[in-house]
Design a protein around this ligand. Structure first.
Ligand code: ATP
Length: 239
């Protein structure tokens, strides 16, 4: 479905991805793991075709979606036409708007369509958001804000969900709940690409994984295999 081939990406003159290749099949959960600064977020931003300077310029290679190059496609078309949506690192919800307003705003690209069904789905996945529908988002806890960021992405009716560090700053129980919900969404048919520093958690729910190190892929394989590889355990899973 999604194929990244020998992708090179740079911020100005500094190359952050030195020719990485990975693919995602429909219905999979694929994780990109690696240490700080490995290039995980850069890979997701390149996939979403977000503009520089916050996002990298692609300097080589290709990204295809169902065998068609998407390098020339702007981010809004990636969301609208390809149904691929990013939950960015740090959530970036609209703090001065309520939970409900954030969800409604997220369906801007589906103007005129009935969105009640998706809102109900989000509230079913995250009952806490239903209880806080009228609450200003900047008063939510970190975990609730992450739920809202995922819920907001789902309002686009995406079929591929990219998540950048969804576990960041969350208490362990909330983190496990979040990954359980991602697994549920996957069983409902959503394809998921998740970037995580919590490699153990990500590999536990993923079908396959890629390990990034300073802009290169240094290991890949079924998640279960990566979990048990001694060198991966030593470098990324705390021994
Ligand atoms: P983390 O887990 O810390 O977010 P990461 O694996 O997601 O790490 P990236 O954020 O993709 O790593 O960063 C890869 C490299 O690109 C780093 O060396 C970083 O300093 C650099 N970089 C990231 N964003 C920018 C930017 N907007 N401008 C310049 N350099 C950047």
């Amino acid at each position: 479905m999604l194929r990244v081939s020998n992708l090179k990406a740079a911020y100005g003159k500094i190359e952050a991805l030195h020719g990485i290749s990975f693919h995602v099949e429909k219905g999979e959960i694929v994780t990109l793991i690696g240490a700080n600064g490995a290039g995980k977020s850069t890979a997701l931003k390149a996939l979403m075709r977000l503009p520089p300077p916050e996002s990298p310029t692609v300097t080589g290679g290709d990204i295809t979606f169902n065998d068609v190059s998407i390098l020339g496609m702007p981010a809004h078309r990636i969301v609208h036409d390809l149904k691929m949506t990013l939950v960015p690192e740090g959530r970036h919800i609209f703090g001065n708007l309520t939970v409900m307003e954030n969800l409604q705003l997220a369906s801007w690209s589906r103007k005129g369509e009935d969105t009640d069904k998706e809102i109900q789905h989000v509230f079913d996945l995250f009952p806490r958001l239903a209880e806080r529908a009228k609450q200003r988002s900047d008063t939510l806890s970190g975990g609730e804000q992450q739920m809202l960021a995922v819920g907001r992405a789902l309002m686009t009716k995406c079929t591929v969900l990219l998540l950048d560090e969804p576990s960041m700053g969350l208490a362990p129980l909330i983190m496990y709940d979040m990954f359980r919900t991602l697994k549920r969404l996957n069983t409902e048919g959503l394809t998921i690409v998740v970037v995580e520093q919590n490699a153990h958690l990500a590999l536990k729910v993923a079908d396959r994984g890629y390990v990034l190190d300073t802009g290169k892929i240094v290991a890949e394989g079924p998640a279960e295999e990566l979990l048990h590889k001694p060198e991966i355990k030593a470098a990324y899973l705390g021994g």
